[in-house]
Design a protein around this ligand. Structure first.
Ligand code: F6P
Length: 360
């Protein structure tokens, strides 16, 4: 396979480790004598005005340590295939035809799509339309099934844990409750791991609907037992047993923007206990900045894995990571259902054993 041209793109929300994938894929391609085109701003770069840049071993040298993605990304635009958890919208035929024309015109024989649930659903539709596609899973939320972990997750957890360390010292000084809202639309992986690593006393997850009465009881008992501070981590998708998720319309059809539950929980605690309460929303801090060492290595391995899938002509497959090994799965297996925190898992049991409350 010499004089071979492949395309690569990053789609959906950015996340630390994307540049490690680009570097490793470009370097592997250069080593094989292939050319790599990095399409800009996600799938949008495939449509008029077509935008791409050549990526090779030389010009990607050193990008591994950078957050974000050097070729840009978007979670909007003409390709958006997921309109909510589990709902798939079809990409219009004319968009698929234009994509094919772009790839044929540029002599691109295979396309690497790096993305989360929605972006991989798009990749699957392109594959079904006859485009040779391979996928690389990406999400800080770590909610893709068929892969034990995705790069970006560890960096987000490190950000949460660092924030909790900082908030703890100020909370203890003032005898306060600190409510920290973290990312995680439908799953609580970041809240759970970040909360555990940062010494949270209570963690509220989308998978474990909470009761406000239990939250208040716990906070009161916690201080009655002599604590000087309480740290409550709330995933943005967490919700009370008798209520729904807190969100607002984003201005884009079908898209819901999460956020607000942290402030609601903080208000409730503030009003129903004697304890002064503050809320911090970590937001995009969790997605920014350099990747952790673990995410750099995982990104590097995924990039190499994607090129290997192309060599093996395993189109329609996505790189995956299980039991410390890189493998692959058909893309629909990865996007069919979300990987959620299991409420009866060993991890939650261990957390409960050491007195962490899930508000249930
Ligand atoms: O899916 C990743 C994620 O970080 C979610 O946890 C969060 O709700 C969303 O992206 C935020 O997206 P945006 O960048 O559009 O605000």
């Amino acid at each position: 396979m010499s004089h071979y041209r492949v395309g690569i793109l990053t789609s959906g929300g950015d996340c630390p480790g994307l540049n490690a994938v680009l570097w490793a894929a470009a370097t592997s391609a250069t080593t094989l004598g292939w050319e790599m085109l990095g399409f800009c701003d996600g799938y949008e770069g495939l449509l008029c005005p077509v935008r791409y840049r050549l990526l090779d071993q030389q010009n990607t040298n050193g990008i591994m340590a950078l957050g974000g993605t050097i070729i840009g990304t978007t979670n909007k635009g003409r390709f958006v295939a997921k309109v909510g958890a589990g709902d798939v919208a079809r990409i219009p035929d004319e968009i698929i035809s234009e994509t094919k024309e772009t790839l044929e015109g540029l002599g691109v024989s295979a396309l690497i799509c790096i993305g989360g649930d929605g972006s991989l659903s798009t990749a699957q539709q392109l594959f079904e339309a006859g485009i040779p596609v391979v996928g690389v899973p990406k999400t800080i939320d770590n909610d893709l099934s068929a892969t034990a972990v995705t790069f970006g997750f560890n960096s987000a957890v490190a950000c949460v844990s660092d924030a909790l360390d900082r908030l703890h010292t100020t909370a203890v000084s003032h005898r306060r409750v600190m409510v920290v809202e973290v990312m995680g639309r439908h799953t609580g992986w970041i809240a759970l791991h970040g909360g555990l690593a940062g010494g949270a006393n209570m963690i509220l997850l989308p998978e474990v609907p909470f009761s406000y009465d239990k939250v208040v009881d716990f906070i009161n008992k916690h201080f009655d037992n002599g604590a000087r501070a309480a740290i409550v981590v709330v995933a943005e998708g967490a919700f009370p047993k008798d209520g729904g998720i807190v969100s607002k319309a984003s201005g884009h059809p079908g898209e819901v923007k999460m956020g607000g539950i942290g402030n609601q929980v903080a208000d409730y605690i503030g009003k129903h206990t004697q304890h002064e309460t503050r809320c911090v929303v970590l937001g995009h801090l969790q997605r920014g900045g350099p990747p952790t060492t673990l995410d750099r290595i995982l990104g590097m391995r995924f990039g190499v894995g994607a090129i290997k899938l192309i060599q093996e002509k395993k189109f329609g497959h996505m790189v995956s990571y299980q039991n410390y090994e890189i493998g692959s799965v058909p893309i629909p297996e990865a996007v069919g259902q979300l990987k959620r925190v299991e409420p009866t898992s060993q991890m939650l049991e261990a957390a409960r054993t050491i007195g962490i409350s899930f508000g249930d």
